[in-house]
Ligand binder design. Structure first.
Ligand SMILES: Cc1ncc(COP(=O)(O)O)c(C=O)c1O
Length: 459
C-alpha cells in the first residue's frame, strides 16, 4: 500500500474491528497519541483515520475524555459485512452477468459501438455542468425531467422525425419499460393490443398490472390490422420503424390505417415505440406515426439507449395534449428517476450540435457494418434467409439448409459463437431462426464474427 493511503488502511482496520465486535458499544477507544506510538505512524495518519470513523459515526468524542465506540447496531452500513457481500455476489448466476466474456464471438442485441463515442466532448459538457456552480442541480427536478433536455428533445424530434410537440408534453424516464408503466397509470380501463412477437418488457408490465391484452401477429408490412376489427381493445403498442424482434418495417398504408383505427373512438390510442429509428440504411425514411396523426392519438416513446449509449438510462415519451390533464392529476407521481446532471449534460450535448454529428457518424458506421455482413453472407443466400435488415442494429436469420436448431446450437457452441434463437421471443416459432445484433462488434472483428456464423450455420 502506498504511504499516502496508510490512513485509509488504518481506518478500514479499525472499522473492521468495531464491526466484528472487538470493541463493544461505549468502549473507550485508544487515544490518538497512544495508537500513533504503538503503530509508529504519524499524527496526520491517525488524525485522518479517526476523522473518517467520526464522520461515519463509528466513534464519538467526549470533551476531555477521549473517543468512544458508538452503538453500531444503529448504523445501517454495518448490516452487511464483507463476507456476506462476497457470498451474495457469488450467488449471481452466470447467465445474469452482463458482458459475458465466455464466448469469443457474440452478436449481442443491446450493444452499441462505444469506440466511436465522442467521449472528449461529452466530458467537456459534463465538466461544464458542474463548473457552472448551479446549486439547483442538487435539488429534485421536475417529475417530468429537466426543462432544457425536454426542449432539446422537442427540437430534435421535429427535425428528425417530424414529431410536433411542446416540451410540456415530454416526460423523461429511465427506461422504456418505466414509461410504459407510467402510460398504463395515465390511461384508465385500458385493454391492450400488442405485437406478436413483441418487446418482452411490454408483456411484463401488462402481466404485472393484470391489464388485459391480446397479441396480434406481425407480417412483413407490420402488425396485422385484421385483428383490430374483431376486438374492442383500445390501446395498440407498436414498433413501426423497426419491429422488435422481427425487424419488419410498417408500410405507409398500414400506418394510415392504424391511425384511422385510433380516430374511431376517444378511448383509442396508439403507443409508438420508435426506439432505433435514428438508424435507417435503405430506402426513404418513413415518418413517425405521430407526425401523420392529426387528432392527438399517438403516444410517442423513444430512448437514448441506441443513439447515445445504453447505460445512460434515458428514455422519453411525448404525451398527446389530450392526456396531459390525466397525467397532471395522477396522485403519488414518482419523482424523476434520471439524475439532473446527466439530463443537463445530454441537453448541452444536443444543443451544441454534437448529438446530430454523432448520429450522422454512427449511421454510417452501422450501415457499413451491416453491408459488410450482408455481403459476406450473400454467397449463402440459398441457405440463410435474412430479414429485418433495413434499419436498427439487429436482423433475423433463418437457416434453410436442413440443419436443426439443436445442430446449429451445437455448432455455435463449438465455434465459441453466441447468437440468440428467435424462439426466446416467440415460443411458437418452429423454424430455425436467430436474432442477431451487430452494433457492438468492432470493425476489426466483424470478419471473424461472420466467419464463425457461416461455419456454424452453413453446409
Ligand atoms: C422495442 C424496444 N424498445 C425500447 C428499447 C430500449 O429500451 P430502454 O430505453 O429501456 O433501454 C429496446 C431495446 O432494444 C427495444 O427493443
Amino acid at each position: 500500500m502506498e504511504k499516502s493511503h496508510l490512513y485509509i488502511e488504518l481506518y478500514e482496520n479499525l472499522k473492521q474491528q468495531i464491526i466484528e465486535g472487538q470493541y463493544q458499544s461505549g468502549d473507550k477507544f485508544p487515544s490518538k497519541r497512544a495508537l500513533g506510538q504503538h503503530l509508529s505512524v504519524s499524527n496526520t495518519t491517525i488524525e485522518h483515520a479517526y476523522q473518517f470513523l467520526l464522520d461515519e459515526g463509528y466513534i464519538y468524542s467526549k470533551p476531555r475524555s477521549g473517543y468512544f465506540v458508538s452503538d453500531i447496531e444503529t448504523l445501517p452500513i454495518v448490516k452487511k459485512n464483507h463476507e456476506q457481500l462476497k457470498a451474495s455476489s457469488l450467488d449471481i448466476p452466470t447467465s445474469n452477468r452482463y458482458n459475458d466474456q465466455s464466448y469469443q464471438y457474440a452478436f449481442n442485441l443491446s450493444e452499441i459501438d462505444a469506440e466511436y463515442f465522442p467521449m472528449q466532448q461529452f466530458r467537456k459538457y459534463a465538466r461544464d455542468v458542474f463548473e457552472d456552480n448551479q446549486l439547483s442541480l442538487l435539488q429534485h427536478t421536475n417529475p417530468k425531467g429537466e426543462w432544457s433536455l425536454r426542449q432539446e428533445i422537442a427540437h430534435y424530434l421535429f427535425n428528425s422525425r417530424g414529431v410536433t410537440c411542446h416540451p410540456e408534453q415530454i416526460i423523461i424516464g429511465s427506461s422504456t419499460e418505466q414509461l410504459i408503466n407510467l402510460i398504463t397509470d395515465i390511461l384508465s380501463n385500458e385493454q391492450f393490443i400488442i405485437e406478436n412477437p413483441s418487446y418482452p418488457p411490454i408483456k411484463q408490465v401488462l402481466d404485472k398490472k393484470r391489464i388485459p391484452y391480446i397479441q396480434t401477429p406481425v407480417t412483413k408490412t407490420g402488425i396485422d390490422l385484421n385483428y383490430f376489427r374483431k376486438t374492442d381493445h383500445n390501446i395498440a403498442y407498436v414498433t413501426p420503424s423497426h419491429q422488435f424482434p422481427t425487424g419488419y418495417v410498417m408500410n405507409l398504408k398500414k400506418r394510415t390505417q392504424l391511425i384511422n383505427w385510433a380516430h374511431q373512438s376517444e378511448f383509442k390510442y396508439i403507443i409508438e415505440d420508435d426506439y432505433d429509428s435514428e438508424f435507417r440504411y435503405f430506402g426513404k425514411p418513413i415518418p413517425a406515426l405521430q407526425s401523420l396523426d392529426t387528432k392527438d392519438k399517438v403516444i410517442y416513446i423513444s430512448t437514448f439507449s441506441k443513439s447515445l449509449f445504453p447505460s445512460c438510462r434515458i428514455a422519453y415519451l411525448v404525451l398527446p395534449k389530450t392526456l396531459l390533464n390525466q397525467y397532471n392529476q395522477l396522485k403519488n407521481k414518482e419523482g424523476n428517476t434520471v439524475p439532473a446532471h446527466l439530463q443537463k449534460i445530454v441537453a448541452n450535448f444536443m444543443a451544441s450540435g454534437s448529438f446530430e454529428r454523432h448520429l450522422n457518424k454512427m449511421r454510417k458506421v452501422y450501415s457499413r457494418k451491416l453491408k459488410f455482413i450482408l455481403e459476406k453472407l450473400k454467397p449463402y443466400e440459398d441457405q440463410l434467409q435474412i430479414d429485418g435488415a433495413l434499419a436498427g442494429m439487429h436482423f433475423t436469420l433463418t437457416v434453410k439448409n436442413g440443419y436443426s436448431m439443436n445442430q446449429c446450437l451445437k455448432n455455435t457452441e463449438d465455434n465459441q459463437l453466441k447468437i440468440t434463437p428467435f424462439y426466446h421471443y416467440d415460443h411458437n416459432q418452429s423454424s430455425v431462426k436467430f436474432i442477431l445484433g451487430f452494433g457492438g462488434i468492432p470493425f476489426s472483428q466483424l470478419e471473424d464474427h461472420t466467419n464463425a456464423l457461416i461455419q456454424s450455420l452453413c453446409l
